[in-house]
Write a protein that binds this ligand. Structure first.
Ligand SMILES: Cc1cc2nc3c(=O)[nH]c(=O)nc-3n(C[C@H](O)[C@H](O)[C@H](O)COP(=O)(O)OP(=O)(O)OC[C@H]3O[C@@H](n4cnc5c(N)ncnc54)[C@H](O)[C@@H]3O)c2cc1C
Length: 373
């Protein structure tokens, strides 16, 4: 039987951020992931600078072996509508490849990795958890993403009654002919909103890689919306005509739309497992990283006593950071919504200050600094 101070289930950005911080504070940590790394994750691959800052990533070191595309502008609009280009004097975000970023973050944690190993069993014995019959630990951190088995253990009805965002994307390396045909610029990702404002499509270029996808609140409409979106991009001449069609799908929860239990005795959830993605943009890497760091700060303060009341400050930290309110249900008739969307998304001031700065870049929220950092 192997033992550790904390077992983290899931080696994505949430799990690796938590492991990194715990290890730096002297805890003996294991990260278990069912995948072998590097592994792919369905994602557009856009990170805001606060992630780089909170994790103290040396961008020069990172970019030596990995794609790091600085973003200094956005092309936005409604699908089939007018477009607006918004430029910034310095990088406001970065394009990354998840297979690279996640592997980089996980390897630098320096903790014991048990990769290619799914969580199969979880039993309570006194104040310890026995995991897969061969690990004993007082603390299990659920960082297994939307379908996290620890969240399921804590009672989440995965995929059943939860109102998740459904999304599909494809990322591929363009051929020389496709590179010639592609009008999307690396420093200017393109975002196009669905007329009902319940989702949006994107087109991101990172070096020679192109990432195209769409997310929407209604899973039943996703395939049709995606097909129409790709036709729209081709018709506008933005992307090559011969893109592959092997799109991959995934789901995730938006913060405030669903509340999963986040804490229990000797157990807590971080990242997508806790349902933390920003509601307006669907950005989930930053909340995953920040929740991992806030969980680590709480664990360090708990100093080996992981009873529920000692972990409770984590819930307070989440609420202080991401808010406690549930966004109001939109009850406007769809024709009015469509009309308003058309006007607002064609407006340069609204696009820059509300859509981009507030909803997508969160410029009003400074980077996270936690105890133990
Ligand atoms: C199409 C799409 C596009 C997106 N684009 C963006 C974007 O551009 N920017 C952004 O910020 N966010 C984006 N997101 C959201 C973002 O991908 C997630 O919020 C983020 O990956 C959450 O990180 P995480 O560490 O919580 O979970 P994950 O990254 O999902 O990692 C979970 C890990 O747990 C492991 N795991 C799962 N089950 C088990 C098990 N049973 N046993 C052991 N290990 C297990 C998995 O293998 C995985 O490695 C996008 C999401 C989708 C679906």
């Amino acid at each position: 039987m192997e033992s550790c101070d904390a077992l983290i289930v899931g080696g994505g950005p949430a799990g690796s951020s938590c492991a990194w911080q715990l290890r730096r504070n002297g805890l003996d940590v294991i990260v278990m992931d069912k995948a072998n790394f590097p592994r792919d994750k369905v994602c557009a691959g856009w990170v805001t600078p606060s992630v780089i800052e909170a994790l103290q990533i040396d961008t020069d070191d990172y970019a030596r072996r990995n794609v790091l595309q600085p973003i200094t502008a956005f092309r936005t609009g409604l699908i089939d509508g007018e477009e607006v280009i918004t430029r910034y004097p310095a990088p406001v975000s970065y394009g990354i490849r998840r297979c690279e970023l996640d592997n980089y973050l996980l390897q630098r944690t320096g903790v014991h990795l048990r990769l290619g190993e799914p969580l199969e069993s979880l039993q309570r014995e006194g104040s310890q958890w026995i995991v897969n019959d061969n690990i004993s630990t007082p603390l299990v951190v659920g960082a297994g993403g939307h379908f996290c088995p620890v969240a399921r253990f804590m009672g989440a009805k995965l995929g059943a009654t939860e109102p998740a965002i459904a999304a599909k994307e494809i990322e591929f390396e363009m051929s020389p002919a496709q590179l010639d045909d592609c009008k999307v610029r690396g420093d200017t990702p393109e975002l196009y909103f669905c007329p009902d404002l319940k989702g949006y499509g994107w087109c991101f270029r990172k070096g020679d890689y192109l990432n195209i996808g769409l997310g929407h609140e209604d899973n039943r409409q996703l395939s049709k919306l995606l097909k129409d979106f790709c036709s729209f991009l081709k018709q506008r001449g933005r992307i090559p005509q011969d893109i592959p069609d092997a799109f991959h799908g995934h789901a995730y929860l938006l913060y405030g739309h669903t509340v999963r239990k986040q804490l229990d005795d000797g157990m807590l959830l971080i990242g997508d497992a806790a349902g933390l993605a920003y509601p307006q943009s669907g950005e989930g890497i930053r909340p995953a990283v920040e929740s991992g760091l806030m969980a680590a700060a709480t664990i360090i303060e708990a100093d080996g006593d992981y009873r529920l009341q000692k972990l409770q400050p984590y819930a307070g930290r989440l609420a202080a950071r991401f808010g406690t309110t549930v966004p109001a249900e939109n009850t406007e008739p769809s024709s009015l919504r469509k009309f308003l969307a058309g006007i607002l998304l064609g407006n340069r001031w609204f696009t820059r200050h509300v859509v981009l700065d507030r909803w997508f870049l969160h410029t009003h929220q400074p980077s996270l600094h936690t105890a133990g950092g």
